[in-house]
Design a protein around this ligand. Sequence first.
Ligand code: ADP
Ligand code: MG
Length: 340
Amino acid sequence: MSVRVVARLRPLLDKELEKDIIVNAEGSKDGKVTNIVRIPNPKNESEEFSFAFNGVYDMETTQEELFTNEVAPTLKSLFQGLDVTLFAYGVTGTGKTHTMRGGLKLSERGVIPRLLSGIYRRGRKVAKDSGGETSVSITLSYYEIYNDKVYDLFEPPEKRSLAGLPLREKDGKTIVVGLSERACDDLKDFEKLYIEANNNRSTAGTKLNAQSSRSHAILMVKVHQVSSEGTLISTASAIDLAGSEDNRRTDNGRGDKRIPYRESKMTRILSLGQNNGITIMILNLAPLRSYHLDTLSSLNVSSRAKRIEVREIENEIVFTQPPRKANTSGASLQQRQPLR
Ligand code: ADP
Ligand code: MG
């Protein structure tokens, strides 16, 4: 299975003008699904480039529609033991944070609060359907990558070590060593924790878009399903990436050392090539001419991402007790068996 890549075009904002629209997002045409984004060739505007995606969402798309179409269907797999990774990619100002976090109004809530709400609802159902045999609990980790260093967002900035937290490979996954994990029992708990953590971001308090666009925020929601058989853990990750714009263009004269995207920690964490489970990339787009070159380059990057293969491997149940039915190979406490 490969990465599912969908594009979302944001609407015009207050001071933006209809005449500056150059991007066309088409989900369907004449009743047929087309899923195409069109943009003029900057070198020759009589020509047009077309990009095909697994899904295309136009300016009118609501937060609810996006969630219902793209994220809700992954919840079942998550509870079956697959990891789910959702990330928003695109130029600064295209709607990544709006898509992932969203606004305060209920209808404006983004993917993340809706995901949590869906996980709690499904968790209650799984527990109920098992007749109390399975209990479900949720823990959260939340970190940011800023200047290629990893910081725990559940720790206040003054407790941070400047060096950040190290990364390590474990069982084919990249883990952040020393990252804290908080139990979170319901949506109310989540909202409180999430708001606090967002205030811990390196860029919190600064209104400087140039800075806030440089931090990646990664929320990991671990689902623990515990029964007499053992524990099954799967993780949903929701990632609000830093702006994809070419900093060589936007930082002229700043003298910052630019970290190439390819070698950054972020790339390692996304580690698309070795990712297991379901990955959905949401490419956020602004409709305006002022974003022309950056929009084109993000369209190119994300259409390449479609071809990255992802292995769909379920997490395994870890037995707390020897399996009831003895295994001829001698099942031990450590032995892992896939959950059916
Ligand atoms: P990014 O995180 O990619 O830099 P933001 O999410 O901050 O971009 O969005 C930039 C601006 O556009 C914000 O003011 C945001 O509220 C607005 N915006 C983005 N997407 C939408 C949308 N789908 N509907 C309404 N407003 C949006
Ligand atoms: Mg943002």
